[in-house]
Write a protein that binds this ligand. Structure first.
Ligand SMILES: [Zn+2]
Length: 134
């Protein structure tokens, strides 16, 4: 549950409308990850802490980073993926396979928004990994 969509100023002139839902989903995931890790670390967030009412972007970025540093590794990785996905949405490269440069299907992005590979490349990568693990 994230009710504070105060960062709309950036989205106004962006043309990534079709990824709006995915973006919200990612932001929600990120917020709950941060909230969770905050609880783990300090036994609870101080009220208002996750809001960053009208602080500068830098201040909230630094706060984000402080949290990030203390996250457990797995959460850290996921958070990084989420951030990268959000970055890609913001600069218009979201949904492009980083291996072959092709488009990733919307269905796949909905199911796994943090993915950077199209299904063909992912399948190939998994096959490679299996060979290596075997
Ligand atoms: Zn690909």
């Amino acid at each position: 549950m994230v009710g504070k969509d105060r960062k709309e100023k950036k989205g106004r002139d962006s043309k990534e409308g079709k990824y709006d839902e995915i973006k919200k989903e990612l932001e929600g995931q990120k917020a709950s990850l941060l909230a969770e890790s905050g609880e783990i670390i300090s036994g609870g967030l101080s009220p208002g802490m996750e809001n960053f009412p009208d602080m500068t972007d830098q201040a909230s970025a630094e706060a984000d980073q402080n949290f990030t540093l203390r996250l457990r590794e797995r959460e850290q990785k996921l958070l990084k993926k989420i951030d990268e996905a959000l970055d890609r949405i913001n600069n218009g490269t979201f949904g492009i396979c980083e291996s072959c440069g092709g488009e990733i299907s919307f269905k796949r992005l909905e199911a796994r928004p943090v993915t950077t590979l199209c299904i063909e490349c992912k399948t190939r990568q998994e096959a490679d990994e299996k060979i290596r693990e075997a």
